[in-house]
Design a binder for this molecule. Structure first.
Ligand SMILES: [Zn+2]
Length: 197
């Protein structure tokens, strides 16, 4: 593989359709923002870059399973788990454990063995509400959450991820607003909810 990509977000910017705005968007967290990041449909060569960065970052010996946060993290877990598995010294390999979303809550169709160490992955983190909720579901099932990981951290506070125990590949800060203090709301710009579709 040859590629000149060293960071993901400049590629997302250039591709146009992955960072949308300026507009008035409702995020999964409920907050409002002028921009949304959509990681769906990134091409295989960008996946290759993410895969390589993650394999370099994580010593697979400390990971038994990879769990994607539905829905954005699922496709990442699908290609991260086999990549870590090839690099692990764990004889059982690293497998993907599927998590699903029903309404607003997450569940595990097949509950993994207690004591396994998980890398939990989501595509984009803002307030990290989704990934922390997914981790709670795993911990209640007896899984040890070893790494909470988002590809793109968009929280504008540079210390927020660390405070929440979140690791990330890239920081791409974008302001977000509570609806009560949102200047797009004040100006009467129609709110678009991409998660409602
Ligand atoms: Zn607003």
């Amino acid at each position: 593989m040859t590629t000149s990509i060293e960071r993901i977000t400049p590629w997302l910017e250039r591709a146009g359709k992955h960072i949308m705005g300026p507009g008035h968007y409702k995020l999964a967290s409920g907050q409002h923002s002028q921009y949304i990041i959509d990681m769906k449909g990134i091409p295989p060569y960008v996946e290759d870059v993410i895969r390589e960065m993650i394999v370099q970052t994580y010593n697979a010996r400390t990971v038994d399973i990879v769990v994607g946060v539905p829905n954005g993290g699922t496709s990442f877990a699908e290609f991260i788990a086999p990549a870590l598995s090839m690099n692990t010294q764990n004889p059982d390999g690293v497998r993907q454990v599927r998590m699903e979303k029903r309404g607003r809550s997450f569940f595990l169709p097949i509950v993994p063995k207690a004591g396994l160490r998980a890398l939990v992955v989501d595509d984009v983190g803002t307030t990290y509400g989704s990934i922390l909720e997914a981790c709670k579901v795993l911990e209640e099932a007896g899984v040890e959450v070893a790494h909470r990981f988002v590809i793109i951290n968009r929280n504008p506070n540079p210390r927020a991820a660390e405070a929440a125990g979140i690791e990330f590949l890239e920081h791409y800060p974008i302001p977000t607003y509570a609806s009560a203090s949102c200047r797009m709301c004040k100006r009467g710009i129609p709110l678009v909810d991409p998660n409602a579709a």
